[in-house]
Design a protein around this ligand. Structure first.
Ligand code: ATP
Length: 340
């Protein structure tokens, strides 16, 4: 059984205007989050990602369907039981949501108090958390004295204070620069690997998903339009929304404007060849060309690495007498697209 299970979950809000239509923020989502995994939830603004997070951590009731966390179905729980579930789920946010009038120490102590951890145990726990997030020297600083990345580290320490099994990260890196984002991504990976915390990462940043998530779901208009392993989603995005997201970080297929430029400079036959680690190697593909005396030149594309496996699209200009025969042979081995 998955740690989090959503079955046909819907959340509808009342119309924004009198006489308007109800807002279907989440509209029939079924998904599992397995224990120990990092799931990326991707979608444009308004797709329903934050609403989904609020349904998972029981901040709001569903309109339809069921949410089950660690075997317990939320709709069947009393408010007291729901509070316990919420305590087992840490949250971090884009704007960090720290208490500005409290020190770093005070911010991390807060959830310990709420969880009823005796004050005598605070010192050891807070010190352990500060070391884990690399802020041992900032215990007595106030949030305004910290950088964005440091604030998010405090947010992570605070979210982990009561030892949750699940961490929900809602656009947690969206306010950070790329380098700081990578530091926070590295820290979240340690949270997952070293502490065994299951993480749901809600984001529109594909670089974060690529570097962090094991699996991805893509949302549009409250529904899941695509899901799969991070490798498969990046290597072979099928839905148009997914393709647009993936293109923000993987730009290995030439756009129409680039094709026109390539055509001007390369009179030979242009084809795009898709490579996937674990299937046919580049040596085999280029071997087919060489054995037929076909000239080739790489004119566009690149090879990416996701989850330790490589994939990519290479656009090649082919020249020589036996090009047609070579393209037929290549098509037996890999996906080949004509560039026109
Ligand atoms: N409390 C609410 N009352 C009414 N409508 C809401 C409420 N919360 C969200 N919505 C609407 O539900 C839809 C989904 O919103 P949601 O915030 O879940 O999307 P999102 O993918 O997280 O987008 P963003 O990244 O912009 O927050 C939007 O149309 C939003 O206006």
């Amino acid at each position: 059984m998955a740690l989090i299970e959503l079955r046909d979950v819907a959340k509808t809000y009342p119309p924004r205007r009198r006489g308007g239509d109800p807002v279907r923020a989440v509209d029939g989502v079924t998904l599992d989050v397995n224990e120990g995994e990092i799931l990326g939830v991707v979608g444009y603004s308004g797709a329903g990602k934050s609403t989904l997070a609020r349904l998972i951590n029981a901040l709001e009731p569903v309109t339809r369907g069921t949410v089950t966390v660690a075997g317990q179905e939320l709709t069947r729980m009393s408010e007291g039981e729901l509070q316990k579930v919420r305590r087992g789920i840490g949250m971090i946010f884009q704007q960090f949501n720290l208490f500005h009038s409290r020190t770093v120490w005070g911010n991390i102590a807060y959830p310990l108090k709420v969880a009823g951890v005796p004050t005598s145990q605070h010192q050891a726990r807070i010190s352990e958390l500060l070391h884990f997030v690399g802020l041992a020297d900032k215990a007595h600083s106030y949030p305004e004295q910290l950088s964005g990345g440091q604030k998010q580290r405090v947010g992570i320490a605070r979210a982990l204070a009561a030892s949750p099994k699940i961490l929900l990260a809602d656009e947690a890196t969206s306010a950070l620069d790329p380098e700081t984002t990578q530091d926070v991504v590295d820290l979240l990976r340690r949270v997952n690997r070293e502490l065994g915390v299951t993480i749901v990462v809600i984001t529109h940043e594909m670089e974060v998903v690529k570097n962090l998530a094991h699996r991805v779901v893509v949302m549009e208009n409250g529904t899941v339009v695509e899901s799969g392993s991070t490798f498969d989603v990046f290597a072979d995005p099928s839905h148009q929304v997914t393709q647009r997201f993936v293109r923000t970080v993987v730009d290995d297929v030439p756009s129409q404007a680039v094709v026109e430029e390539l055509r001007r400079r390369h009179p030979g036959r242009l084809v795009t060849v898709a490579f996937r680690e674990g299937s046919v190697s580049q040596t085999e593909v280029f071997g087919e060309l060489i054995s037929r005396g076909v000239g080739f030149q790489l004119v566009y594309g690149g090879i990416e690495e996701v989850q330790g496996r490589t994939f990519g699209n290479l656009t090649i200009e082919l020249t020589g007498d036996r090009v047609d025969e070579a393209v037929r042979a290549l098509s037996e081995l890999v996906a080949v697209r004509e560039v026109s």
